[in-house]
Write a protein that binds this ligand. Structure first.
Ligand SMILES: C[S@@+](CC[C@H](N)C(=O)[O-])C[C@H]1O[C@@H](n2cnc3c(N)ncnc32)[C@H](O)[C@@H]1O
Length: 348
């Protein structure tokens, strides 16, 4: 045994365990408003922060010490400060790098551990709806900042001829829409178009309707509970799948249904987690997070449905191309990408 290798590995492992504990600390800080109460970047004592947030002062001090040990917060002379850069990621909900809300997804991996243990010892299936609600709000909070930053300025313009259609008044289906973050962002940007959000998870559709009302876009957005192979509307200029195709049991069937639902010259926008085609390509910080989450969420969800293709969250462009080719699409290309997402375009 190589002592140096062991020491190096233990160092990394302790770092990972600390990171997992900090995920819980981030969820707590986000939930009770501790980060938001420090967003001004001014020094604050634990007692002052506890007073501002109505929290227990001793636990706030312990939380602040953990935040300081992680480099999230700075500590000088008994006062703590959230630097501007950290505030962007942890306190400012509209910032493109806001991740604090998304930590709830990772928290729910622990909350749902009993279901995962049963699945891994059995048929591998955990349906989306079986997860703790933290999964659904966490997913919305995790993905929304990226959609807000990229969808209208960059992803839609990267598609061939789609923006002029939406400006003139097009028809859009957002399949597997969850809480409707992507649907609502598109509806806000293109008031002349009509948007239909479909998801098989009833509670998510109810939340999506509330979000549309809050955003004032209910006049042009309809959310319906429907599976990806079952929705009834058609003649869509754009059918989008945001981070959901790989979760489906039968992605080929979903793509085939999209093909039938498209208007002539319509386009599919496929947004998937960033991945290369081989495991070796994905041995990155982003890849390991996606593989780990996919073991608990995406892959068991696919295995709970018909066909159970189980692409996983690191499917990669080549496998996704195969799905669309098998479904009958003749054109498929990478329109653009971000460090977190592949943005793919499929056409007839
Ligand atoms: C990771 S979430 C993404 C939600 C949303 N698109 C977003 O980006 O925030 C995956 C979504 O796919 C939905 N889903 C999974 N399988 C589905 C199916 N067969 N038909 C319709 N929706 C499905 C789930 O209910 C869930 O809302």
């Amino acid at each position: 045994m190589d002592e140096a290798k062991l020491t190096e590995f233990m160092g990394r492992l302790v770092g990972d365990l600390g990171g997992a504990a900090m995920t819980a600390s981030v969820v707590l800080g986000e939930q009770v408003g501790l980060y938001r109460a420090m967003a001004d970047g001014q020094p604050v004592t634990a007692d002052e922060l506890a007073g501002r947030t109505g929290c227990n002062a001793r636990l706030v001090r312990e939380w602040l010490n953990a935040q300081t040990a992680s480099g999230y917060v700075e500590h000088t002379d008994g006062s703590y400060r959230l630097p501007e850069e950290q505030a962007m990621a942890l306190a400012v909900e509209d910032s493109p790098v806001y991740v604090a809300g998304g930590a709830r997804v990772l928290a729910s991996l622990f909350i749902d551990m009993d279901k995962e243990v049963e699945a891994i010892r059995g048929d591998g299936a955990v349906p989306w709806g079986a997860h703790h609600p933290s999964m659904f709000t966490g997913t919305e909070k995790f993905f929304r900042p990226g959609y807000k930053a990229n969808l209208v300025p960059s992803w839609l313009p990267a598609l061939d001829g789609v923006v002029p259609k939406l400006e003139a008044g097009g028809k859009v289906a957002d399949v597997g829409c969850g809480h409707g973050a992507s649907t609502i962002i598109m509806a806000e940007a293109f008031p002349a178009s009509r948007f239909f959000g479909f998801d098989f998870h009833g509670p998510s559709i109810e939340t999506a309707r509330e979000r549309a009302a809050e955003a004032g876009v209910s006049d042009r957005v309809t959310f319906q509970q429907a599976a990806a192979k079952d929705y009834g509307e058609g003649d869509f200029d754009l059918v989008s799948f945001f981070d959901c195709l790989h979760d489906m049991g039968d992605p080929v069937g979903a793509a085939r249904h999209a093909l039938e639902a498209l208007a002539p010259e319509g386009t599919v926008l496929l947004v998937e987690p960033y991945a290369g085609d081989h495991l070796e390509d994905n041995l990155t910080p982003v890849g390991r997070m996606f593989y780990a989450a996919s073991t608990f969420v995406c892959t068991p969800n696919s295995l709970s449905q018909e066909v159970g293709l189980a692409l996983g969250a690191q499917a990669g462009e080549a496998q996704l191309r195969d799905v669309f080719t098998e479904a009958g699409f003749s054109r498929f290309r990478r329109a653009t990408e971000t460090p977190f997402n592949l943005i793919l375009e499929a056409r007839t």
